[in-house]
Design a protein around this ligand. Structure first.
Ligand SMILES: [Zn+2]
Length: 325
């Protein structure tokens, strides 16, 4: 059984299998030897929420469908943090409730008897953007995912910076508002608790229920909830409350991203995640950083949209595996 790179040789693999375990969707893809995505399967994670083993077994079934006969493959996994990347363990991820500690690498090693590596999904996405995406060529870059939650990854000198016990790059959990709203991490006033899709949705629901009138309240009555995308739509239709909710969220995004730029002075900042589908958010963040960042060379720092989109962590899972040799 092959357990680590010391016992394996990259030349022995004919292709790769990438797995991106996500809170909503899990993607499994077959990649060529030169890391081109050839075929992909998507699993609705929620359907297998009963226990982690259900999802892992389903992923294994997809791998059997993607496998090529008589050839060898290595497996790269990306999963929500926190992760122990050395031991291949996912540790109580807030995005996968009820998971506890799961030895994902061991599961696939036992199933397929091959080399398996694990990376935190935001780090994997950062690495993919650096290798083949919008951050290509920038050896010092950071990646933000602005979505239901807010995550991040740091590339220093072309390598993922993991920090002590794999916990670096948690940009969503920097404190931007003392005594602000409670965060899933247990703290208060984290960037994720004031600027994420979740925070936008929470604020819209609470405003709608207080006012009991207006576009947001109508959406709530119809759907029983209000998504961040509903708030963007209502704002574009002239709803003042929606505009205020978004303005607050985007201002704090600007603060969080400007702080990271000031601390790390990266050559490039790549922004991914569903909220960046609103192009003006990227423009607002650029303007905020241009005005507020003074100590880093902000005029020379690129702030760009992710080019790999939803597949960034899937690509990263494989690119990270290749890089680990
Ligand atoms: Zn937090």
């Amino acid at each position: 059984m092959i357990y680590n790179t010391a016992m394996a040789d990259i030349a022995q693999f004919d292709y790769y299998i990438g797995i991106d375990i996500g809170g909503t969707r899990t993607r499994v893809g077959r990649f060529s030897k030169d890391c081109k995505l050839e075929e992909k399967e998507v699993i609705e994670t929620i359907r297998y929420k009963k226990s982690p083993e259900f999802l892992l077994e389903e992923i294994a079934k997809k791998i059997l469908g993607l496998k090529k006969p008589n050839s060898e493959f290595a497996i790269g996994i990306s999963a929500p943090g926190p992760c122990d990347t050395k031991l291949g363990i996912v540790k109580n991820p807030p995005n996968l409730p009820g998971w506890g500690e799961v030895r994902v690498s061991e599961f696939f090693k036992n199933k397929f008897d091959t080399y398996v590596s694990l990376e935190n999904d935001a780090n994997a996405a950062a690495f993919a953007e650096y290798k083949i995406g919008s951050g290509k060529g920038y050896k010092n870059m950071v990646y933000f995912t602005l979505s239901t939650g807010i995550g991040g990854g740091i590339i220093i000198n072309g390598k993922i910076y993991r920090g002590f016990m794999d916990s670096a790059g948690e940009f969503g959990h920097q404190i931007v508002l003392p005594n602000g709203p409670k965060c899933r991490c247990g703290s208060k006033g984290c960037l994720e608790a004031v600027s994420s899709g979740y925070a936008i949705s929470r604020d819209a629901i609470s405003k709608a229920l207080v006012r009991k009138s207006g576009i947001l309240y109508e959406i709530y009555k119809k759907n029983g909830t209000i998504n961040a995308s509903d708030v963007f739509l209502a704002s574009s239709q002239g709803d003042d409350i929606s505009w205020k909710i978004l303005n607050k969220a985007i201002t704090y995004m600007g603060i969080g991203i400007s702080n990271v730029i000031t601390v790390l002075s990266p050559e490039c900042v790549v922004l991914g995640g569903g909220l960046t589908n609103q192009d003006y958010i990227i423009e607002e963040i650029r303007n905020f950083a241009a005005t507020h960042v003074k100590m880093a060379p902000i005029n020379k720092i690129k702030i760009v949209k992710s080019s790999l989109g939803d597949d960034s962590s899937l690509y990263g899972s494989v690119l990270n595996t290749v890089d680990s040799f």
